[in-house]
Design a protein around this ligand. Sequence first.
Ligand code: BGC
Length: 739
Amino acid sequence: MKIKLLSILYLLNLFIGYSQQKNYDKEIEQLLSKMTLEEKIGQMNQLNFNGMSDNLVQQIKKGEVGSLLNIITPKEVNELQKVALENSRLGIPLIIGRDVIHGFKTVFPIPLGQAASFDPQTVENGAHVSAAEARELGVNWTFAPMLDISRDARWGRIAESLGEDPYLAGQLGAAMVKGFQGKNLSDPTSIAACVKHFIGYGAAEGGRDYNSTNIPPHLLHNVYLVPFKKAIDAGAATLMTSFNDNDGIPASGNEYLLKDVLRKDWKFDGFVVSDWASMTEMLAHGFAKDAKEVAKISANAGLDMEMVSGAYSQHLKALVESGEVSIADVDNSVRNILRVKFRMGLFDNPYVDTNKASILYSTEHLQAAKDAAIKSAILLKNDNVLPLKENIKIAVIGPLADAPHDQMGTWVFDGDKNHTITPLKALQTTYSNINYIYEPALSFSRDKNTANFEKARQAAASADVAIVFLGEEAILSGEAHSLSNINLIGVQSDLLKAVKSVGKPVVLVIMAGRPLTIERDLPYADAVLYNFHPGTMGGPAILDLLFGKANPSGKLPATFVREVGQIPMYYNHFNTGRPAPENVMALDEIPREAGQTSLGNTSFYLDSGKDPLFPFGYGLSYSTFDYSNLVLSASSIPMGGELTAKVTVKNTSNVDGTEVVQLYTRDLVGSIVRPVKELKGFQRVDLKAGESKTVEFKLTTDDLAFYGKDLVKKAEAGDFDLWISSSSKEGLKAKFSIQ
Ligand code: BGC
């Protein structure tokens, strides 16, 4: 009986998998053949919901709207879907979009924090919870994941990214797509994903949002496009173009990217939406002279749906009639949109079930958010202070100790701060056994009033340990929120110094939207726990970590620089012709009137050296791990072959812990120059105190393929270095070659 049930479930699963991929060609062609040009253009039009109005109802009735964004009231969603289904001529349902970026009501750590977990399962769970909550209010399409590779912490949207590495962002982006979309797009707990922003948006010059990018073809293919391809292969239903121009061509008018790369090479069959008015912003870019030309450029480039700016609805008809845009291009766009709507099951049931019991902020969702926050925290320093004992007295200091809004981070439209559990609130509830004194000293991160510093010092003096919660308000990162100085803002560093001067051990807990330049703060903290804004459950997660109920395991998804002037600095850079030696002279060591060439002419900064403060992949634990016995299955593999790399990892401490074991390679000589290291694999390995495990990675020559001189993706024969390690900096090293 059990076997029978299992095989039915298996078949059902196969069927579900199949139906998700189904093309619906017959249904689409039938519908398309009945559509007028106006109705086709209507599908390509997305409006922002500004409340119910007769005008909107009329537009939907006439088939002039394909999608709405920012409507989150089930009653209104149902009313408008009813108009679309029952009162428009062809009964085509609406797709309802919303930015569900790192949670819906239950807020998870910002994506950069989730990336620090190096855990696809955690990311997938978070997206699935967010999808289920969003569906409850009628949202069936999210504008996430954001897969912009970001090597610049000044850029505010680094917060929304999955970090600097294309492999990590690709693995986690694919996991996020799976989490949002579930097994089947038509499942009542799934929403369609939208990979964004295509492409290069995170490489904005100077980290200034919306700025131009200059990404040459090899870099584009080997770095920036990589996570998009991975997420599309994982089934992402839609894709969004970006605001930036790359090398002079705005993304919403880039035919090469949208047609050649996305459709021809990648065989993407979902639909492409513009970013908010990114089409008509081609006027400001100076790429089109009027809205009609905007519509022409984007339609010819293969952009399927316009977000809010109305150029298609105003001008596409005339452009098709005059032959400036082909009906074939319009038909293809409409096919892409309808395909997604069919796959989502919207023709069968686009309605929200308002009778279902609410799952918003359910215990399971809060637990998942807490788990994600625990896995996302990175221990950067620990001079034998952490974990804390529960029988001591702590002084809780700083503006982020009780900042329910800011703790949620950027780009939260739906999370309610009243549900946030801050560290202070956790002390008042789940950790009520802890003896603490609270003195925020500053009321928010930019607060410059030092009047209460003395009170903070006194609080520290009265306690065994001071925990100083510093960081950034949510508004300081995210879209259009770039910074040119990324030190702890305001007088927060002064507060830390003041507290430290009391002589008690100091634990610095940071909650921020980006990697901040904290080198100058490190001497004043005995331990540093870094949290990219951790979301609704950040407080209990942080307390579990501080008191050792949980053991830190997060690793940095982006390089932490010493000085903002080092940016861009990232681990997978090229070697250059003059790499700096292991040790470079410090500024103060340079003799007076030193000869021009006496320092050696290599690539580093006189004042901040050649290394970052903390490298990509770095993060400590309360456990210590030892790596030994790196063994490769072969010293040489044929093209198309596979290599196994094994290593022994031992927990040499008396605390159970989890280590993110990382695999890096370097292709020593290429037809174009190759990065000094590239992440090729990672595994979270749980190790009990004293336990050893053999960790195994498989690597095929396809995993080593890249776009070389001829811009074709393939592996090249030659010698490789391989490391298995605990960060991008150190590691056990071996060599192999591809024949
Ligand atoms: C952002 C997108 C977002 C869109 C819709 C734009 O400003 O760049 O990421 O999805 O708004 O809210």
